[in-house]
Ligand binder design. Structure first.
Ligand code: C2O
Ligand code: CU
Ligand code: CU
Length: 468
């Protein structure tokens, strides 16, 4: 029997799009999950006034939130009804090369493509999907193509908590309410190319300043995705400390109490909001100023605080929440003594190691199963969030300061004139994997390279020497 429930917009909650059949194996409930996604031009009302011509998945903005479980065998039946080639990239998921939706596998207008992958054990977390065609990623995401992916573990320690998904993205509109995408050689186009395109309207789940309700005393789990092309959010909830419990690849070992959390573009955070206010209170989740820019093109409004959403306390009497478990889940250590190479990546404006992206070049070749350290050095006076496809890594240090806790990541924001080191193991899937700056304008203009992971039997002839 085919169950094909349509997903509802994100603000109404998390919905599994559909599944074909389901069976249980002794240790792991392994299901087959089938999802149908169609990208197509759509007119939707996003801001007051005339509707806007955008691109959507299944007619929704953002696209439907997909919910999977560890062990699921997923097939996404994709259809491209856009007037141009596209792909769907499963940002952060560990999957076969042919299902990565990188620029190596474009889907032409009118064509279909099946993305087939199994959700790996231990990968419960918050991910997202977005197009990744050659040179057009920023354009297609600006037009509205992105959505959340939630992967759940059977033994999720926070499963009892009420959950909110918060997909943040900014955009800019012309006077006629069309998406403002300036010509690349115009003044605004050049600023976008330097800074990364930002907009003054911030959407949370496709809405401006939505409201989340909380009961006094309640603890909520928030999954935050920064789907913006370039904007970084420094989240703060006045009067509330936040419990930071997870990042790109899922939960930490232990919750960390903080006043604010920086979410660079393409990063995700999981946090717990404790309803320490009183019934009827209202607070606003804010983005505090964050200076990621070079002074020459820094927007004048960079130091404004932005309101993202309202947290409205209900009138109900307070409840007492259960304590947050001390151990969330074990996060295995990637042992630096097992590293067989250190890869140095030097970022300059628009380039990695002095080169622009070339589909026919392999920048790093490595053996399947190898563990390596990447050292990313940013010579530029603006931040560059560095992303690797295919494999989750662990950040070792930033600017030489050891990371305060162990976490699975797929994006690390490399601060201006700073550096970051991470360790990664190329487990399971051979293929060509992109690494790039996730400021979409930088990525589209070639601030990207290719890691080729090669199976042992093919390896010897082709492995590059240590780059450092
Ligand atoms: Cu979010 Cu190359 O991807
Ligand atoms: Cu990616
Ligand atoms: Cu960049």
């Amino acid at each position: 029997m085919v169950l094909n429930r349509r997903a509802t917009p994100l603000r109404r909650g998390l919905v599994l799009v559909g599944f074909l059949s389901m069976w249980t194996l002794p240790a792991l409930a392994q299901r087959r999950v089938e999802v149908t996604l169609t990208a197509a031009p759509t007119r939707l009302s996003l801001v007051p006034g005339a509707p806007t011509e955008i691109f959507t998945y299944n007619g929704q903005f953002p696209g439907p939130a997909l919910e999977f479980r560890e062990g699921d065998r997923v097939t996404v039946h994709f259809r491209n009804d856009l007037p141009e080639p596209t792909t769907i990239h499963w940002h952060g998921l560990h999957l076969p090369f042919t299902s990565d939706g990188s620029p190596f596998h474009p889907v032409a207008p009118g064509e279909t493509y099946d993305y087939v992958f199994t959700i790996q054990p231990g990968t419960a977390g918050t991910y997202w999907y977005h197009p990744h065609p050659h040179h057009r990623t920023g354009y297609q995401i600006a037009k509205g193509l992105y959505g959340a992916v939630i992967v759940r573990a059977a033994d999720d320690p926070l499963k009892k908590l009420p959950e909110k998904l918060i997909v943040i993205s900014d955009n800019r509109f012309a006077a006629d309410n069309s998406i403002d995408l300036p010509a690349s050689l115009s003044e605004a186009g050049i600023v976008d190319r330097e800074n990364g395109r930002e907009g003054d309207i911030v959407f949370v789940n496709g809405a401006v300043m939505p409201t989340i309700r909380i009961r006094a005393g309640e603890v909520q789990r928030w999954r935050v995705i920064n789907a913006s092309a370039a904007r970084v959010y420094r989240l703060s909830l006045p009067g509330h400390k936040l419990l930071h419990v997870g990042s790109d690849g899922g939960l930490f070992e232990r919750a960390v109490e903080v006043d604010e959390i920086v979410v660079a573009n393409a990063e995700r955070v999981e946090l717990l909001v404790r309803g320490t206010g009183s019934p009827g209170d209202r607070v606003v989740l804010q983005a505090l100023p964050y200076d990621r820019y070079i002074p020459q093109t820094r927007p004048q409004t960079w130091n404004h605080t932005r309101d993202l959403l309202a947290l409205q306390y209900t009138k109900q009497r307070p409840v007492t929440a259960e304590p947050v478990p001390a151990l969330l889940r074990p996060v295995p250590v990637l042992d630096t003594t097992l590293s067989s190479a250190t890869r140095l990546m030097v970022l300059t404006q628009g380039m990695i190691n002095g080169q622009m992206m070339d589909h026919n070049r392999v920048d790093v070749a490595a053996k399947l199963g190898a563990t390596e350290i990447w050292e990313v050095e940013n010579l530029v006076g603006m931040d560059h969030p560095f992303h690797l496809h295919g494999f989750q890594f662990q950040v070792l240090d930033r600017n030489g300061v050891p990371e305060p806790f162990r976490a699975w990541k797929d994006v690390v924001n490399v601060p201006k004139h700073g550096s970051a080191r991470f360790i990664v193991r190329y487990a399971t899937f051979p293929g060509k994997w992109m690494f790039h700056c996730h400021i979409l304008d930088h990525e589209d203009h070639g601030m990207m390279g290719i890691l080729e992971v090669i199976e042992e039997r093919n390896a010897e002839a082709r492995i590059t020497k240590r780059s450092k």
